[in-house]
Design a protein around this ligand. Structure first.
Ligand SMILES: Cc1cc2nc3c(=O)[nH]c(=O)nc-3n(C[C@H](O)[C@H](O)[C@H](O)COP(=O)(O)OP(=O)(O)OC[C@H]3O[C@@H](n4cnc5c(N)ncnc54)[C@H](O)[C@@H]3O)c2cc1C
Length: 384
């Protein structure tokens, strides 16, 4: 297949997906322009639990995609200079069971994952105590260790990858909202009302929930959940809105990403602890006042696990709207037959970012579609 050398590529969106793409596209020699309506990493990527894993991902090709995501983060981490910025904290995940029933469920999950080649092992209660000596040991029946998992410091990742792309010649235009994408031509508006025009060989839409809005303007229906208009979670089962709360700096003694019933927590970039709300099973609308009861609930649950958190207070609460294709998985595909506009929209985007950047860059520059993307095209929605 023929491809253009030194392609001019516009990436719309500087979230975890857009910044990863900018880095990978410039590494492959493309001439890249990144445009964002706000600052890098300020969309959904600012309000994420950022757990890198393929742990409970189904169906099998989505598990594979996430597994490649985990591996790709390891690969990128190896390329970073020892004294430079690092963002993949491969702490491993410890899952804790407080009942025999829970322990049985974890053991089945571990054996299923092991048969898929995942690094998973069951833990006795004394194994849990060795790995997490500051966790309250009473009532712990055992658990599991997923040693290759970890979490990403997304802010550092976005800024570092964008910096690296700019060092290789990319241009970045923050605070410009893309209003039109037509025939390899992009129109933006900046806060002072000025309009700007850009030409490219290819436009990649990595605008999270903004991609749907941009394509709707062009009369193209894009199969992602509208975070404002649609109710519930579509067919995906994921809640649209999620709450991420973080304590101030605290000497908690937490060594791994921890999952227990009704709570998930991990170390945070500020030296505090970050909590995810999804294990509470809550499905919130943005304006629901009940949403504000969640951070205190999570901190209380975490204190039962780690008494050192009695000293901690909640320092920040972020509300994130998930980027959810209608089936809750991933879209990575050309939007038009002329191959001028490509779109990437996904849940689990933190896990997937490094692999998607690699696979999508290859497809856009060399015309070669990565086998792992076979199930993640737009045609599956048309067929349905
Ligand atoms: C509560 C919560 C928990 C999560 N937990 C995890 C997890 O543990 N692990 C995991 O892997 N994933 C997780 N996710 C999912 C993950 O965070 C997202 O999939 C990922 O952040 C999406 O990144 P993105 O770059 O596609 O979108 P975004 O981060 O939203 O970036 C899109 C960018 O495009 C810009 N933009 C939008 N419209 C326009 C426009 N018209 N013009 C110009 N710019 C525009 C925005 O300003 C934004 O900066 C979670 C998400 C949430 C909400």
């Amino acid at each position: 297949m023929n491809f253009i050398v030194n392609q001019r590529i516009i990436v719309v969106g500087a979230g975890v997906i857009g910044c990863s793409l900018a880095d990978e596209l410039t590494r492959r020699g493309a001439s890249v322009t990144v445009i964002d309506a706000a600052a890098p990493g300020s969309g959904t990527s600012s309000a994420t639990f950022a757990w890198v894993n393929a742990n409970s991902k189904t169906p099998s090709d989505y598990y594979e995609l996430n597994y490649l995501g985990l591996r790709a983060h390891e690969r990128v981490a190896r390329t970073l200079p020892q004294n430079g910025a690092h963002w993949f904290h491969q702490t491993g995940t410890v899952q804790v069971a407080h009942s025999d029933e829970r322990m049985h469920a974890i053991e089945s999950q571990v054996s299923r994952l092991r048969s898929d080649g995942y690094d998973a092992r069951s833990l006795s209660s004394s194994d849990v105590a060795d790995l997490e000596p500051n966790l309250t040991a009473a009532k712990v029946r055992g658990g599991a260790l997923y040693a290759e998992e970890g979490w990403i410091d997304v802010q550092t990742m976005c800024v570092s990858l964008l910096d690296r792309a700019v060092e290789r010649g990319a241009e970045f235009f923050p605070y410009q909202t893309v209003t039109r994408v037509r025939e390899r031509h992009v129109t933006t508006t900046s806060p002072d009302g000025a309009t700007h025009e850009y030409d490219a060989d290819v436009v990649i839409l990595a605008a999270g929930n903004g991609t749907r809005r941009i394509l709707t303007n062009e009369g193209i229906e894009f199969p992602t959940i509208d975070p404002v208009g649609d109710t519930g979670s579509g067919g995906s089962g994921h809640p649209k809105v999620g709450i991420i709360s973080t304590t101030g700096m605290v000497n908690s003694g937490i060594r791994h990403l921890i999952r227990s019933e009704g709570i998930a927590l991990r170390p945070a970039r500020n030296g505090g602890i970050t909590f995810a709300d999804n294990p509470t099973g809550g499905k919130w609308e943005m304006g629901d006042p009940g949403i504000w009861t969640v951070p205190a609930l999570l901190l209380d649950r975490a204190r039962e696990l780690y008494p050192a958190l009695n000293q901690a207070t909640t320092e920040s609460v972020l509300l994130g709207t998930r980027v959810l294709p209608d089936d809750g998985l991933t879209i990575a595909d050309w939007v038009d037959e002329n191959h001028s506009v490509y779109a990437v929209a996904t849940h689990s985007g933190v896990t997937l970012s490094a692999h998607l950047a690699d696979a999508v860059s290859r497809e856009v520059i060399e015309g070669d579609r990565h086998a792992s993307l076979a199930s993640f095209g737009l045609s599956r929605f048309i067929a349905a």
